[in-house]
Design a protein around this ligand. Structure first.
Ligand code: NAD
Length: 360
């Protein structure tokens, strides 16, 4: 048995977590689930949306499947998800974007993987508010030391890009490519404009690439990358990006394959990995047995591969693909019309997947 933490989340979280757990168990993967809570409901009970016991469980098992969590506006942590990523140092965000037959999309045959750096760039949280004394002091210092001047009363967000963080994420992308039999890594940047941050990123990418002669390497400027992904997505394989571009391009790529309902993801560090859907807790659908469990189930597929259960992962992915391709036992969002009366609920879609797993 393999220990895995199951964080049930809030909103639609518990429903899709249960559907996913049942599908994974049906593959015979022999998971010993350590149930853990997080989110607004547990906050009402315990005063914190992320109990220490949940973080401790993930530290102990080293791997978690996590349903979405609502970020309470204006209370406590800026985001529970961000807090969790920081406390476990989950530096790599992995977002495979793959076309499945039966999912409505403008594109077919997309098979891209986004590897996003999770810890620095403009998302590091180093910010200075307009009009504050510290900010005025910083602007004064910059104007004294730089040829380019910053206007008075500016708000400032710092964009740190370090050698250490760039190296470990680019290495992660190459290791992932090698492990998964992928052919090419593309490093995305804006080094022509931001010479000392993105320029450093590009230089580090090139150095790391030299250590992986078996994998093709190239780089693209981020604006060109966006256009290329819309025009010729088939030319790309694994993309590695700093935090901000990674955030934007992972949504762009999710759009290429049919949107949030089918977009799985993972946040991975040296000591732990948390697998979760890209979408949020959709609170308006809570408790209705209505939403699509596919993104979390596909996150479960990634989790199974991560813990070395490849046969079980393939079984589950094939079953999901078959149910989607048939288009019968799928949730409302996968039907041609959202009010289609033949749409099934979350748990019925899971039942259909489980039935397919049973068939060789
Ligand atoms: P959301 O992804 O929860 O929902 C946006 C819309 O997408 C929903 O109204 C629904 O129409 C659709 N949708 C989402 N998931 C679906 C599914 N599985 N099946 C069918 N349709 C689905 O985004 P939001 O409304 O911006 O965020 C709600 C809450 O979730 C916020 O508090 C946000 O902070 C949080 N959030 C959490 C995570 C996470 O836990 N990783 C990620 C994103 C957002």
């Amino acid at each position: 048995m393999t220990d895995v933490t199951l964080v049930t989340g809030d909103g639609i979280g518990p429903e899709i977590a249960e559907a996913t757990r049942r599908c994974i168990d049906a593959t015979g993967a022999e998971i010993n689930w350590d149930m853990a809570e997080a989110g607004v409901e547990v906050m009402e009970k315990t005063g914190t949306p992320l109990p220490e016991a949940t973080v401790e469980s993930i530290k102990r098992t080293g791997v978690a499947l996590k349903a979405p969590i609502t970020t309470p506006v204006g209370k406590g942590f800026r985001s529970i998800n961000v807090h969790l990523r920081q406390s476990l140092d989950l530096y790599a965000c992995l977002r495979p974007c793959k076309s499945y037959e039966g999912v409505r999309s403008r594109y077919t045959d997309i098979d891209l993987v986004i590897v996003r750096e999770n810890t620095e760039d403009c998302y590091a949280g180093v910010e200075f508010q307009s009009g504050k004394d510290d900010t005025d002091e910083l602007i004064g210092w910059i104007n004294e030391h730089s040829e380019k001047k910053v206007r008075e009363k500016s708000g400032i967000t710092i964009k740190p890009i370090s050698v250490e963080a760039s190296e470990r994420i680019v290495r992660f992308a190459f290791d992932y490519a090698r492990q998964m039999g992928r052919k090419k890594v593309t490093s995305v940047h804006k080094a022509n404009i931001m010479k000392f941050s993105d320029g450093l990123w590009l230089e580090v990418s090139r150095q790391v690439a030299k250590k992986y002669p078996d994998i093709e390497f190239e780089d693209r400027i981020v604006d060109n990358m966006c256009m290329q992904l819309i025009q010729k997505p088939e030319l790309y394989d694994v993309l590695v990006l700093p935090n901000l571009y990674g955030d934007i391009l992972s949504d762009l790529c999710a759009g290429l394959v049919g949107g949030l309902g089918v977009a799985p993801g993972a946040n991975i560090g040296k000591k732990a990995a948390v697998f979760e859907a890209t979408h949020g807790s959709a609170p308006k659908y809570k408790g209705q047995n209505k939403v699509n469990p596919t993104a979390l189930i596909l996150s479960g597929v990634l989790m199974l591969r991560h813990i070395g259960k490849k046969a079980e992962a393939d079984k589950l992915e094939n079953a999901v693909a078959a149910v989607i391709a048939e288009g019968k036992d799928v949730t409302y969002d996968m039907k041609p019309h959202r009010d289609d009366p033949t749409a099934v609920g979350t748990s019925q879609m899971a039942d259909a997947i489980i039935e397919k797993i049973g068939k060789p």
